[in-house]
Ligand binder design. Structure first.
Ligand code: ASN
Ligand code: ZN
Length: 317
């Protein structure tokens, strides 16, 4: 079934629905080989959902196929559309069948909070995406396609290279998730790589203020090199995985600008799915991209551009 639901901006968008025996419509998209279901966290604690689904949690639902206006505040409709867009990118561009590569179910939870206050984050917890409502200056995190792409790519990484979320392998995991998060958004929206906003991650979360002021990260900072690597203790951000990721993410984004985007996306994906292993770091990623590039017949000039991007960020033997 199809229906409509308000997005976070209050615009009614078309959504795909499942119908329960009692006639209720729920936000389940059955139109792809992988089922996409959006749960309503009902303002509960993200901690209660992390890595699990409470037994009484329910998909977002409505008595009629046109969801009430109140449903817009959580970003439930955005979560469905964004998960579908990420699925389509991986299938159409990279030939991948969903997060697990086997069209396993895709689940997102919206409307979550943290310690009695706003949850200003989104996270892949090993099974699903969990989205916070953000604070009053932000839209719910489910609104941002680059954020959805980032979180779902964590699931892809887990099911391919299996990078360990700690230290340099963790920063590499974050960088690859940032890369595809942005790549998916600019591809789906037709944004040029020359648009300065293309490299911004999470710019769409801004309710007030400039996009630049409330981005999560940006991949166009050419100055970040391994010289900036902060060797934080493991208990702080898993050894600085979000702090150090832009060293690698910046190199990957430079590669996407230097090659054509489709070639770059296939190259990064091939390195991820066929060359990288769980404890790999930045230099291993350089070697993986170059090996994947040679295997796929990149020209010498293209291989030089890849090596040059890593050189510029200090990623070399
Ligand atoms: N947004 C963060 C990420 O996906 C959430 C976290 O720290 N786990 O990396
Ligand atoms: Zn991440």
């Amino acid at each position: 079934a199809t229906g409509t639901a308000p997005d976070v901006f209050g615009h009614r968008v078309r959504v795909n629905l499942g119908r329960l025996p009692d006639g209720t419509y729920q936000l389940t998209d059955l139109t792809r080989p992988a089922t996409i279901t959006v749960y309503d966290g009902e303002g509960r604690e993200e901690l209660d959902f992390r890595g699990r689904m409470p037994a009484d949690a329910r998909p977002a639902a409505s008595a009629t196929p046109d969801f009430p206006a109140s449903a817009g505040a959580t970003g439930a409709a955005n979560a469905q559309l964004n998960a579908a867009a990420v699925y389509d990118f991986y299938r159409d561009r990279l030939g991948r069948q969903g997060i697990d590569g086997k069209n396993g179910p895709i689940t997102a939870v919206v409307n979550l909070t943290s310690f009695g206050g706003p949850l200003r984050n989104a996270a892949w917890d090993g099974r699903k995406m969990n989205y916070g409502n953000g604070n009053d200056k932000e839209y719910p995190y489910a609104v941002a396609l680059d954020v959805a792409g980032h979180e779902m790519t964590h699931g892809v990484v887990e099911n391919t290279a299996g990078l360990v979320m700690q230290g340099q392998s963790g920063a590499l995991d974050e960088a690859i998730s940032d890369y595809f998060g942005n790549a998916i958004e600019v591809t789906a929206r037709g944004v040029s790589m020359d648009d300065p906003r293309a490299a911004l991650l999470g710019e769409g979360l801004c309710r007030t203020g400039t996009p630049e002021a409330c981005v999560e990260r940006r991949l166009d900072d050419r100055r970040t090199t391994v010289g900036d690597y902060a060797g934080l203790p493991s208990e702080i951000d898993s050894g600085g995985v979000h702090l150090n990721s832009t060293i690698m993410g910046g190199a990957l984004w430079d590669i996407r600008r230097a090659l054509d985007p489709l070639t770059a996306d296939r190259l990064v994906y091939r390195a991820l799915s066929e060359y990288l292993t769980p404890l790999d770091g930045f230099v291993d990623a350089r070697n993986a991209l170059l090996a994947a590039g040679r295997a796929t017949g990149l020209t010498r000039a293209q291989l030089r551009a890849v090596a040059g991007a890593f050189d510029a960020h200090g990623i070399k033997e």
